[in-house]
Design a protein around this ligand. Structure first.
Ligand code: ADP
Ligand code: MG
Length: 250
C-alpha cells in the first residue's frame, strides 16, 4: 500500500529525514514511535504530499507519487495524478483541525461534496453513518467548540473516512487529549484496525502500539532505526537507542 524508499528531507540546512525507507502492506497497522523532533510528522506529511521530499521515492498502491532518477533529480507526478494519489490517504492530526464555523455534519460532508462531487443528500447519509460508527450520532448539528477533545478527534476521524481513503495516517491523535479522553479515540482506532484498515500511526501510546499494531517502527534523528513485529519490538528491541527510548517510555 505504501512503498517509501530512501527519503531525504531538509528544512533549510537541517536534515529531518535521512534516508527513510518503509513499506506497508494492505491491512497492516504500523506504529511509529520516537522522540520529539525525530521526523515522524514530517515523514507522514511527505507520504500525504503535505510536504515535498528532496530525494527518494514514494509509491502509494503502486502509483508513483515521487521518484528520483540516477542523477538525483526528484520529480513528482502531475497535479492531476497527485490529487488522485492524495485521495488514497486520509490524515488525522494532533489538533483535530476541524472547521470551527461548520457543524459536525458540515465538517464531514464538505470535502465529499466539494472534492468528490457527491450529491449533498448522499454525503449527508454517509456522514450520519460515519458519526454513528464513531459513536457521535447525536452531535451532527453541534459546533466543534461544544465538543470535548475526544469527540472532536472522533469527528476528525469520521471526516477523514468520509473521503473513503484506503490508508489512514494518524499523527499523535491522542497527544492533545486529557488522559481520560484518549481511550474513546483509541477504541475508534482499534475498531478501524479490526475492520482491516491500513493504518500508519505516530503515537506515544505504547499500549496501543503493543496491542493493536502489527509492526512498530522506531525513528530517531531523521532515521528509521528499527522496525519489528510489535511483540518482538517490545520484547527484544535490537538497537541501544530503541532500548533507551523504551526504558524512558515504559
Ligand atoms: P516529530 O514529529 O518526530 O516530533 P517533526 O517531523 O515534527 O518531528 O520535526 C522534525 C524536525 O524538523 C524538527 O527539528 C523540527 O523542528 C523540524 N521542522 C519540522 N517542520 C518544520 C518546518 N516546517 N520548517 C522548519 N523546520 C521544521
Ligand atoms: Mg510530530
Amino acid at each position: 500500500m505504501i512503498e517509501a524508499r530512501g527519503l531525504h528531507k531538509r528544512f533549510g540546512s537541517v536534515p529531518v529525514l535521512r534516508g527513510v525507507s518503509l513499506e506497508i502492506a494492505r491491512g497492516e497497522v504500523v506504529a511509529i514511535i520516537g522522540p520529539s523532533g525525530s521526523g515522524k510528522s514530517t515523514l507522514l506529511r511527505c507520504l500525504n504530499h503535505l510536504e515535498t521530499i528532496d530525494s527518494g521515492s514514494i509509491a502509494i498502491e503502486g502509483e508513483t507519487l515521487v521518484s528520483t532518477d540516477a542523477a538525483g533529480r526528484c520529480s513528482y507526478a502531475s497535479e492531476r495524478d497527485l490529487r488522485g494519489i492524495g485521495r488514497k490517504t486520509g490524515m488525522v492530526f494532533q489538533h483535530f483541525n476541524l472547521f470551527p464555523h461548520l457543524t459536525v455534519l458540515e465538517n464531514i460532508t464538505l470535502a465529499p461534496v466539494d472534492v468528490l462531487g457527491l450529491a449533498s443528500d448522499v454525503a449527508r447519509t454517509r456522514a450520519e453513518a460515519l458519526l454513528a460508527k464513531v459513536g457521535l450520532k447525536d452531535k451532527a448539528g453541534s459546533y466543534p467548540a461544544r465538543l470535548s477533545g475526544g469527540q472532536k478527534q472522533r469527528v476528525a476521524i469520521a471526516r477523514a473516512l468520509a473521503m473513503e481513503p484506503d490508508i489512514m495516517l494518524f499523527d499523535e491523535p491522542t497527544s492533545a487529549l486529557d488522559p481520560e479522553l484518549t481511550g474513546e479515540v483509541l477504541r475508534t482506532m482499534r475498531q478501524l484496525a479490526e475492520e482491516r484498515m491500513t493504518m500508519l500511526v505516530v503515537t506515544h501510546e505504547m499500549g496501543f502500539a503493543r496491542e493493536v499494531a502489527h509492526r512498530v517502527v522506531f525513528m530517531d534523528q531523521g532515521e528509521l532505526i528499527e522496525a519489528q513485529r510489535a511483540a518482538d519490538f517490545f520484547a527484544h528491541p535490537q538497537h541501544a537507542r530503541t532500548r533507551a527510548f523504551l526504558q524512558h517510555m515504559l
